[in-house]
Design a protein around this ligand. Structure first.
Ligand SMILES: Cc1ncc(COP(=O)(O)O)c(C=O)c1O
Length: 414
């Protein structure tokens, strides 16, 4: 699987050397890792999965790009940008294993989801299948598309402790003769599960059902081959596990759909053929896209296997320690993600989204621990992340706060 395809030179010059130009990787020292992030000390940052965190080297590359824009906007936007965007796009395509002609930049994953939904003609009686683990904003977008067209949303149900085969069965069983699209995550957001995508795709392809695969969390966290997934549409985030600046995401479209998929905002290049049709977004800040290869480059230098193994080990030991302290170690999701994990809150309290967010804010403000509190089937869990800047001390801090959190949960239900 391609893990390279990136430049060893500054993205401010917008270059993109061949993958074999990269020197061998070298795992960083703890000091080198710490030095790359400007995260506030004194806070345990256990929620990388939501917004990521940008390393210094990547931010610097972005700042240099912005300086170039300011020095001569005409030169940058008119003469430099098309070539640089193209090189960054190709670097990203190489990195995620997507066919170069299939891939375009998006400002966010939800922009990609919305672009796909807008390209599909839904009619009254049609349906769109999602799972009960669907990312909340994606559910809002699917609901809106169905409302506009008179289609319905069908939801596949499966639990945290179900096996892969049962999860795949649940999705396949939700599909009907009128299903136009299945929206599926590679890694679910609030429940941090890896879904059996290959099995589901293998079973649905003969039925001609289109699949939109949301790989927001898959980019960089796993060795990806987007073209090998054989789905109709794929979206992914650059700012999460790749640590590119916020404002960059990817959309890949299978060849058979490319003439139908057009930008939501029609502007200069919109009449070109895909992917050129997405080549202009108007006068927006393009530096998140252009700095993304710098993030690929940074982690490639450290080694992807080293990075992934670090996160896998840390989330496993860290989440286990927290679960022991919370007294909820017996509840373990099956097939958890390698970088994020759910741990049930002490006493398995009932909790809705709103009370969950109140508890989350309280933990952040009073304990200095950033995490995500999740409501799953009416009960409260914490979702923890491990990125290479995290250490076991971050998880120990949460474990040491178990009694205080248990007390809050007992008194208020969150
Ligand atoms: C699974 C999943 N899909 C989509 C998104 C939305 O990404 P964006 O904020 O880039 O639209 C997220 C963000 O957390 C996510 O976890």
């Amino acid at each position: 699987m391609p893990e390279t395809g990136t430049s060893r030179t500054s993205p401010s010059r917008g270059s993109c050397a061949a993958p074999d130009a990269a020197p061998p990787s070298r795992p960083p020292s703890p000091q080198e890792v710490r030095g790359q992030w400007t995260l506030a000390p004194g806070v345990a940052h256990l929620n990388h999965g939501s917004f990521g965190a940008v390393p210094r080297k990547v931010r610097l590359a972005q700042e240099l790009l912005r300086r170039e824009v300011d020095e001569n906007p005409m030169r940058f936007f008119r003469r430099e940008l098309p070539g640089r965007l193209e090189r960054a796009r190709l670097a990203c395509a190489g990195f995620v294993g997507a066919e170069p002609d299939s891939l375009v930049f998006m400002a966010s994953v939800m922009a990609g989801v919305s672009t796909v939904l807008a390209s599909i003609t839904l009619r009254p009686g049609d349906d769109v299948v999602v799972t009960e683990h669907v990312y909340g904003a994606a559910r809002i977008a699917v609901d809106a598309a169905c409302r506009r067209s008179g289609a319905t949303v069908r939801v596949a149900h499966f639990g945290l402790e179900d096996q892969d085969a049962d999860r795949a069965d649940a999705v396949v069983a939700a599909v009907t003769q009128r299903t136009r699209l299945v929206v599926l995550e590679q890694v679910t957001s609030s429940t941090a599960l890896v879904l059996p995508v290959q099995d589901i795709v293998r079973r649905l392809r003969p039925r001609g059902v289109q699949i939109l695969l949301d790989g927001a969390h898959a980019v960089a966290a796993t060795a990806l081959s987007v073209s090998g997934l054989e789905v109709d549409y794929w979206v992914g985030s650059l700012h999460k596990w790749l640590c590119a600046p916020p404002g960059g995401a990817l959309l890949a479209v299978a060849k058979r759909h490319r003439d139908r998929v057009v930008p939501l905002v029609a502007t200069w290049n919109a009449n070109d053929l895909f992917p050129g049709s997405f080549g202009s977004m108007g006068t927006v800040d393009p530096t998140s896209f252009l700095a993304a290869p710098e993030a690929i480059d940074l982690f490639t230098g450290w080694g992807w296997e080293w990075t992934r193994e670090h996160n896998r080990r840390l989330i496993t030991s860290g989440a286990d320690a927290v679960a022991e302290a919370f007294g909820t170690a017996s509840r373990r999701p099956i097939r958890p993600f390698d970088c994020m994990r759910l741990v049930a809150l002490p006493g398995r309290p009932r909790m809705d989204l709103r009370s969950g967010k109140l508890l989350q804010d309280r933990i952040a403000e009073q304990l200095g621990i950033e995490l995500s509190v999740v409501s799953w089937r009416g009960h409260g869990w914490v979702r923890l992340s491990a990125q290479i800047y995290n250490t076991s001390a971050d998880f120990a801090r949460l474990a040491d706060s178990a009694d205080q959190i248990a007390g809050w949960v007992r008194r208020t239900g969150g």
